[in-house]
Design a protein around this ligand. Sequence first.
Ligand code: ZN
Ligand code: ZN
Length: 225
Amino acid sequence: MKGMARCKEHFEIIKFICEDHSLLCCSECLFIHRKCKHVNKVTEQCKLHLEEYRSAQASLENSRARVHAVIEDCEREIENINNNGLKVSKEINVHIDSIIVMLNNTRSTVLKEANTKFDTETQLLRVRHSTCKSIEATIAEILPLYSLVLKAGTPEQTFILTRMFKEKIAHVQHEVAKQDETPCSIRINVEFAPEMSALLKKGYSIVSLQMNYNSFEKGKKLIDQ
Ligand SMILES: [Zn+2]
Ligand SMILES: [Zn+2]
């Protein structure tokens, strides 16, 4: 207490107060403030302000309690913010992970379906290709001889040859007619559900953060679920 009661500039004991400058003064200071109008002795002033001191003390005690409460609120809230952070990242991860899983499953299912269809169609084309190769071979076998006989042979020879080739010619005609009826190409296009393009258009904004400021909730702890 002794140190507190001394002037910080002159290290003399404080004995006066200059109300004009709201300054505690020692004898040295008093000389500087000699022209001030309201310079009083501390011994006289201290008796006048007892009520003021008590109220200042009560106010300090009240402030201490309030500040202490805010300190506790801040400490709890820092912990709450950490838990809130964990909760936010958990929520984002759970949803985005399940979207990624869904998209990956969709990709493999759809690609598998398309590849199965391509395989089936390729297989059908191979069968068709070999059927046509065989028809081509049959034609190559009978056509030169038939043309030659038709051009240079006798009517009897033509008649006999036509009878001999009758079944083969009918088979060729039947197979060729079948080819004309069968469609020959497949094209697969990818079409996404309209919701998908709406989602892509949204970009980063498919997820947003909702922020709410609240007053401190006494003792309320946010538990990471
Ligand atoms: Zn002084
Ligand atoms: Zn003064």
